[in-house]
Design a protein around this ligand. Structure first.
Ligand SMILES: [Fe+2]
Length: 332
């Protein structure tokens, strides 16, 4: 048993005004006012996806994983308990705050609060972005992906793979150890990156249009210190993205063109090329690791690493003629 998607997150913030501004002027999320200390954001037909509370903190303090039914939620609770981990049932008040029918929660070995729910509330009206974007790709894949820092990726894998049932997509050791997990057709909905302490690394949101990402990059470049990782393209999920510093100190990746996989036939593997085909200069790593990552992308370029773009129907035109690199790649 595994969840069907990452459905929501709850963010702990020092104050909500910074989040309101970041989420609307850059990300394009829709604001849903909840209370003086709480603001929620929509990105699709769900009544809320991101809940931000000004409680003095600075992190993501709950990850909400969606189950397809009440029966699946019970089965997930039983699976976690069988593995020797404590599961609590959420109160009615908590379910109302999360805007779901019912939920359970457990704590992972690093202390992160992992919630599972079923029956998310849908909004009565259509999603209305706060700036002119085409919208967020969430159908069948959820709100995006979450990535956690952990002192030892190797030691953290068994909990997510064996207790929560996440499927391993792939992993790499250089420039820093990382392991990626899927729960649906998205290459990863969750990942672990080796770092000194347990904390959230980033949240990723996927746009329908590459231009949405490029235009957000223009906005982010206009704010000193906003861009955390420059524009680049990931190996693994093939996404073109950049990363922003959020007001809560973790990064929000903003991307387009993530690869779809078939979980039934997927075989986990090593990714020796590292995280990126090109770009993604990382301000969050040490100078030494930054240079190591840069040398890896330069080597990928020398190796001629390329991959077709991943597009939705209607989001592309196929041109006439031949593509020399693709034909060579296919062996034609
Ligand atoms: Fe990511």
């Amino acid at each position: 048993m595994r969840p069907s998607s990452l459905g929501y997150i709850r963010v702990s913030a020092k104050e909500i005004d910074g989040w309101r501004s970041f989420a609307t002027s850059l990300l394009g999320l829709q604001v849903v006012d909840r209370s003086r200390n709480t603001v929620a954001f929509r990105m699709d037909n769900y009544a809320q996806r991101i809940l931000v509370e000004s409680d003095g903190g600075s992190t993501i303090n709950a990850y909400g994983w969606e189950m397809n039914s009440a029966a699946d939620l019970d089965a997930m609770a039983a699976q976690i308990e069988r593995a020797g981990h404590r599961v609590e049932r959420g109160t009615r008040a908590l379910a109302e705050e999360r805007m779901v029918k019912d939920l359970i929660y457990t704590i992972d070995p690093a202390g992160n609060r992992v919630e599972f729910y079923h029956g998310p509330a849908m909004a009565a009206d259509a999603f209305s972005p706060s700036r002119n974007i085409s919208g967020f790709r969430t159908q069948g894949i959820g709100l995006g992906h979450a990535v956690l820092h952990t002192p030892s990726v190797r030691e953290a894998i068994p909990y997510y793979r064996d207790v929560l049932g996440f499927g391993v997509s792939d992993h790499f050791e250089q420039p820093f150890p990382a392991c990626f997990f899927h729960v649906n057709t998205s290459h990863h909905s969750f990942a672990l990156i080796q770092g000194e302490k347990d904390q959230v690394h980033h949240l990723m949101l996927e746009l329908f249009s590459m231009d949405d990402v490029g235009q957000a990059y223009d906005i982010a470049l206009g704010e000193k210190g906003r861009v955390a990782v420059t524009l680049g393209r990931h190996t693994g999920n093939d996404v073109i993205s950049f990363y922003n510093w959020s007001p809560s100190g973790f990064m929000v990746e903003y991307g387009w063109g993530a690869k779809q996989i078939d979980p039934a036939t997927w075989t986990p593997g090593d990714r020796p090329a590292g995280p990126s085909y090109w770009g993604h200069d990382r301000s969050w790593v040490s100078d030494e690791l930054r240079e190591k990552a840069r040398q890896m992308t330069l080597q990928n370029a020398r190796n001629g690493m390329r991959s077709p773009v991943q597009v939705l129907p209607g989001n592309h035109h196929v041109m006439e003629g031949a593509c020399p690199w693709w034909d060579a790649h296919r062996g034609n």
